[in-house]
Design a protein around this ligand. Structure first.
Ligand code: B12
Length: 599
């Protein structure tokens, strides 16, 4: 396998200087400081980490609710109402994860004409404080603040609003906003923003959701612990801040979920931000989702009781897979969680913590090996791994898959995912591969052979960080003998068209989840017309968008003021796309194409 080379990773003759970026961030800390907010006042603490340490010492289980609606008024109502209703029921919500829209990552001055997703947009710095003023609950600005081109301005607004937990380093590594290609600026702003946090007189938790970052894509869970160690190296050793980790979305196996928490406790003593709900196991049925909720929360409750790490636990509303949960649904999930915490009191003796610790041993050992190999491999390639800017940008550009292939701690094994036997198998990517295999195996053999014999090629892409739909589609195509032309992740339509042309694709497959389905398809159609390319388009995922009013002149730019996204499947169909609610819909079309070719 070819090794890494600086000339390919960082070809720019000149890059921003880390020492200057750090100095600028520190300088800014003279004027930008942590403002007051009801949470800090009510609990008489200077930061959330002090609160977390206190609660952990009292052996209290903390809870995290995720909120963020397009409308600020509704988000403020949620901030107040969830707190009031849980307090009235005799319970407590410790923190709110404020789910900003991804378009908040564009610098404010450039936001007006950019696309938008489905989340909360705070137009002015005062809006951050208007939200945190609404109740004595710790504000956690965990998305699209640090790690984006708007990192400094958003971090300053979050600090001034009294937030002392701000993220997200995980997103820095994987997220790219549509039309934004300047990763040098994104990285420079990220380093400045982290220096601004590190220079505060109170402890700021620089949050990283591992699942938002590389961890969701690693096939070896030990690489997730490796990512924690690499991020500690950057944030704590090179920048002087404190990094606080979140995991959970993709941790579906109870034993490894528990083991990961215990491994994390061994490699860092900074309080964790939250353990995210296991969202990837949620299905359409609300009743079934109560079982899903209980299955992962019980593990998390026992984990915190037996080894408190300061994380808030996140009960995911049972409607999460269907829509952005309403206020009532968030309250219900928290009532459920509080009751479960009470009922879980007698469960600890039934857990085999030694079994979890044996897995944790392997995670920690493998994670350390991964960190060491990544850092020495990058150093050999000519990257200065003591320079936070260089190291961040190099990691982002090399990406999770290649890092794991080159430096994963597992033994090399031909034919395995990433070419290695994992130290501890991560469930998600492997499960998608298995699902793809099962789907193909279930097809009638003549259909499989017809597609196999047709020599088809499909250009596959996804519009945002959600990559699982793409991985599943690729797994199915590969097993059907269809050549995959990979147009990458978070790819802009012009790049997809270029890739489809270069790879002589017979169709384009788009997976999309970020609430821009219509906008994206319209842009893709324009690019295809410009390149005189006429191919079938398969589109699947979360096919919705906030549409303010019927788009005029066919521009389709996403609207702003209405609050809920709507399904745009019919409109995608009218634009000539094959709307795929499941992968089988694409397979049927491929079969028709294959038969046509065979005639
Ligand atoms: C996993 C997940 C994540 C992971 C993604 C990991 C990764 N690297 O891929 C992580 C944690 C990173 C994530 C992040 C976010 N997420 Co998310 N995420 C999900 C989740 C739980 C599952 C989506 C998924 O991957 N499913 C797996 C696929 C294989 O299954 P499926 O969706 O059922 O798809 C089927 C078909 O649609 C089809 N299919 C899919 N694509 C295609 C394409 C083609 C061509 C074909 C033929 C078929 C096809 O295949 C499947 C089988 O039939 C959904 C909620 C849900 N349960 O759907 C939210 C969800 C998609 N996320 C959401 C949001 C808002 C976000 C964030 C913006 C939140 C935030 N503010 O931070 C961030 C994104 C930014 C970032 N960098 O962090 C929202 C989207 C809202 C909307 N559009 O209305 C959802 C719906 C959650 C919610 N209820 O609010 N997320």
């Amino acid at each position: 396998m070819p090794t890494l080379d600086r000339a390919h990773i960082l070809p720019e003759p000149e890059l921003p200087n880390s020492a200057e970026l750090l100095a600028e961030g520190r300088q800014l800390a003279r004027t930008v400081t942590v403002g007051s907010c009801p949470f800090l006042t009510a609990y008489d603490v200077r930061s959330e980490s002090a609160y977390k340490r206190r609660r952990a010492a009292e052996e209290q289980t903390m809870l995290h609710a995720q909120i963020g609606y397009r409308s600020l008024a509704k988000s403020r109502r949620a901030y107040a109402e969830i707190y009031e209703r849980l307090t009235a029921a005799g319970y407590r919500v410790d923190r709110y994860g404020i789910c900003l829209d991804w378009s908040m990552g564009y610098p404010a001055a450039e936001r007006a004409h950019r696309p938008r997703g489905t989340g909360l947009i705070l137009e002015r710095a005062e809006d951050f404080a208007a939200l945190t003023r609404a109740a004595p609950v710790a504000p956690h600005f965990g998305d699209f603040v640090i790690g984006t081109p708007a990192a400094v301005e958003n971090t300053a607004a979050a600090l001034a609003a009294g937030a002392t937990s701000i993220g997200n380093i995980g997103q820095y590594f994987t997220f790219r906003m549509p039309g934004w290609g300047d990763d040098v600026r994104t990285t420079a702003e990220t380093v400045r923003a982290m220096a601004l946090c590190a220079a505060q007189p109170v402890e700021i938790l620089i949050h990283s959701n591992l699942d938002d970052g590389f961890a969701a894509l690693f096939c070896d869970l030990a690489c997730g612990i490796g990512a924690v160690l690499i991020e500690r190296h950057i944030v704590e050793h090179l920048i002087g801040g404190r990094v606080s980790h979140c995991y959970g979305h993709t941790f579906s196996d109870p034993l490894t979920r528990l083991a990961f928490q215990r491994a994390l406790a061994r490699v860092t003593d900074t309080p964790g931000s939250m353990v995210y709900g296991n969202t990837t196991i949620f299905v359409a049925g609300e009743v079934e989702n109560y079982a899903n909720l209980a299955s992962y929360l019980l593990v998390d409750i026992v984990a915190q009781r037996t080894r408190p790490t300061g994380h808030g636990l996140n009960p995911v509303p049972v409607t999460e897979a269907l829509h952005i949960p309403e206020i009532d649904e968030v309250v219900d999930a928290h009532l459920f969680a509080n009751r479960l915490i009470q009922r879980a009191a007698g469960f600890e003796p039934m857990f085999d913590l030694q079994a979890a610790d044996r897995v944790a041993d392997r995670l920690v050992e493998g994670g350390r090996r991964f960190r060491d190999r990544v850092l020495s491999g990058l150093a050999e390639a000519g990257i200065d791994v003591a320079d936070p800017f260089e190291l961040l940008l190099a990691l982002r550009r090399v990406g999770a898959k290649r890092l794991e292939e080159l430096f994963g701690p597992g033994e090399p094994r031909a034919g395995r995912l990433r070419g290695r036997a994992p130290v501890v198998r991560a469930t998600t990517v492997a499960a998608l591969e298995d699902r793809g295999g099962a789907l193909v195996a279930s097809l009638p053999p003549p259909d499989r052979e017809a597609i196999r014999g047709a020599d088809l090629a499909v250009c596959v892409t996804c519009t945002d960080v959600h990559e699982y739909g793409k991985i599943l589609v690729e797994a199915v195509l590969r097993r059907l003998g269809v050549r995959v032309v990979d147009a990458g992740v978070s790819a802009d339509p012009d790049a997809v068209v270029a890739q489809a042309v270069a790879g002589r694709a017979d169709a384009i497959a788009v997976s999309t989840y970020s609430g821009v389905a219509l906008y994206y398809l319209q842009a893709l159609r324009r690019e295809m017309a410009a390149a005189s390319l006429d191919l079938p388009i398969f589109i699947g995922g979360k096919l919705n968008q906030i549409v303010e009013r019927a788009p005029e002149g066919g521009s389709g730019a996403p609207g702003g003021s209405s609050s809920r996204p709507v399904d745009v499947g019919d409109r995608l169909h009218d634009l000539g796309a094959v709307v795929c609610r499941q992968v089988e819909d694409m397979v049927g079309e491929l079969l028709a194409m294959a038969r046509e070719r065979g005639q």
